[in-house]
Design a protein around this ligand. Sequence first.
Ligand SMILES: Cc1ncc(C[n+]2csc(CCOP(=O)(O)OP(=O)(O)O)c2C)c(N)n1
Length: 372
Amino acid sequence: MTLHGHVPPEPDLVQLLTPEGTRVQHPDFPLEITDEEIKSLYRDLALVRRFDGEATALQRQGELGLWASCLGQEAAQVGAGRALRTQDMAFPTYREHGVAWCRDVDPVTLLGMFRGVSLGGWNPNENNFNLYTIVLGAQALHAVGYAMGVTRDGAVGTGEPDRDTAVLAFFGDGASSQGDVNEAFIWAAAGNLPVVFYCQNNQWAISEPVERQSRVPLFHRAAGFGFPGIRIDGNDVLACLAVSRVALDEARSGQGPTLIEAYTYRMGAHTTSDDPTRYRLSEELETWKHRDPIERVRAYLVRQAGVAQDFFDGIDAEAEELAVRIRAACRALPDPGPLSVFDNVFVDLPDELAEQREGYREYLSAFEGAGH
Ligand SMILES: Cc1ncc(C[n+]2csc(CCOP(=O)(O)OP(=O)(O)O)c2C)c(N)n1
């Protein structure tokens, strides 16, 4: 055997609900969950899918400049999002609409950014959900900085359930190749910081397949930095919830960082500007359709929990209402006033900027009454 001839075995992935909708147990991640709670997760998944689909339609009709769909990744996002406690902080990329949903960020707020009528989004402190970050991987370092802050604030390892805080950093398989993400791993390990790195491996970084980016499964990388890494079935909302809960609990209690690789698939285009038929085979998509994250929950609820059709009809009706509401609200979003560029950057505007703001206001007022 030569060193370069050694091929490690394919890794296991944690799964608690099979694609056919059968509950399975995992010795390390027992999940106590009622059927009512699983119904609630189903509702999250179905509503997120509906609103994501509506956003894609809005873009196609010229109402949004762009949309990055989370189709296929709903379970990875809802599982992680529902594992968070109120005081935890989440740092998303640009695709975590399912996490935004779990943080009670109104979908219309997300649409505002993609419509170009807001300069960045929302107040991150309101829902402990940071702004979307387009610069790949940058948010991993922001998350680590935040985790340093909560550590210094004494909000880790106190044993008080409402005080101890964890940070959840999202990024993609492609972003895992960025320097920022690797630096974030180093800092998190060195400081034993309360951060869970959550990589949604959706197999593609636009047109770049994950095999080209890493010789090893992504979660193996954690070992080199000195903290645990684990691969989960990212299309299984129960596995995502169970493992995220454990990792976040361990972070809050002072045991340090974890890397979770949620193995999933981007069923749609990278964004509405992309055409995936140019670089991937339709068979691949067909294979992943059999692992759909929502269908398996539905199959479980119907076959094993005996949930009646009324429940699903009710969710469908709620999804339609949501779509109608966000469509109308999106189209009614006001254009921002030019002076709003100065808002939400500083708590107290520095003198120099206050002066610029005043100058700009005077300039704008010169056009008032000019008839256009
Ligand atoms: C620093 C940086 N480099 C390049 C890009 C252009 N870019 C946008 S998305 C993307 C691919 C990201 O893939 P991945 O991290 O797997 O996330 P996904 O979009 O699949 O969720 C690239 C290269 C960027 N936004 N930022």
